[in-house]
Design a binder for this molecule. Structure first.
Ligand SMILES: [Zn+2]
Length: 149
């Protein structure tokens, strides 16, 4: 059964997840995938993060080589129907990660409501973890909460 087979591939890191996500958007070469992962995660993905996984996906029938394309005639990979089903099964299991990868959610500071693009300051206040733009806002929020009680 395809369902059982799919569990044979373990998606343990974000590079693998991105490889699959990138492939859902079109046929890509291993080089395109390394570049795509690099531009999203910063830095550059190594061939070792990408090619063994591509070979594995191919062995499972989730991708097929679609011939060479582009100026440099690189081998491109194409997600098969089974591959697409595998990705959609994964996406329900990794909903949060996919959400993060595809549309970065904008966080707002719990104190001043400014938008936080990266590196929110997180602190547990009362029973919940809240995001702040900086430590001062966390202190301000806590002070307000304490006087309110
Ligand atoms: Zn703030």
């Amino acid at each position: 059964m395809p369902e059982e087979k799919s569990d044979g591939i373990k998606i343990k890191n974000i590079a693998k997840l991105f490889t699959l996500l990138l492939l859902t958007r079109g046929d890509l070469s291993g080089y395109d995938i390394m570049k795509g992962i690099g531009s999203r995660l910063g830095g550059r993905a190594s061939p070792g993060q990408v090619y063994p996984f591509l070979r594995q996906l191919k062995a499972y029938g989730y991708i097929e080589t679609a011939g060479a394309a582009g100026e440099r005639e690189r081998q491109v990979y194409h997600l098969t129907q089974e591959g697409r089903e595998f990705v959609s099964r994964l996406s329900s299991r990794f909903e949060d990660l996919f959400e993060m990868a595809i549309r970065p959610k904008l966080t707002t500071c719990a104190h001043c409501s400014c938008e936080i693009y990266r590196g929110a300051y997180r602190e547990k206040i009362g029973e919940e973890y809240l995001s702040f733009c900086c430590k001062n806002c966390a202190n301000g929020y806590r002070a307000m909460k304490n006087t309110g009680e």
